[in-house]
Design a protein around this ligand. Structure first.
Ligand code: TYC
Length: 102
């Protein structure tokens, strides 16, 4: 829409576009040492998923090498990665958690 201003300036009204923030997948990576039950607990605790869904994701990571636990804005995704990595280290497991732009 164009608005004539003092009969010489043309102001283009900006469309009210609600720009969505960039989103990031938070993924677990497979390794040979982290126990399956530990991974299931991690997915339930940090991604608020049911035991059934957590088991599904753990098995996907185990079989395919990686799996998505959730998709979040940058700061939330980064916090999840830090929390999971800290928890894995505290428990002396080599589990890795990474984020990737969607
Ligand atoms: N591969 C591991 C095992 O056989 C299980 C595992 C699953 C590890 C998912 C990490 O993100 C992972 N004990």
């Amino acid at each position: 829409m164009a608005i004539r201003h003092r009969s010489d300036t043309v102001l283009e009204a900006k469309k009210a576009k609600a720009k969505l923030p960039p989103m990031f997948k938070v993924m677990l990576l497979n390794d040979d040492y982290t126990p399956m039950d530990f991974v299931v607990v991690v997915i339930q605790q940090f991604f608020s998923l049911s035991p059934e869904k957590a088991t599904q994701i753990m098995l996907k990571v185990h079989r395919e090498g990686a799996g998505v636990c959730g998709v979040y804005p940058r700061d939330v995704a980064a916090t999840k990665v830090d929390q999971v990595m800290d928890f894995a280290k505290q428990n002396q497991h080599p589990l890795r958690c990474v984020m990737e732009e969607n």
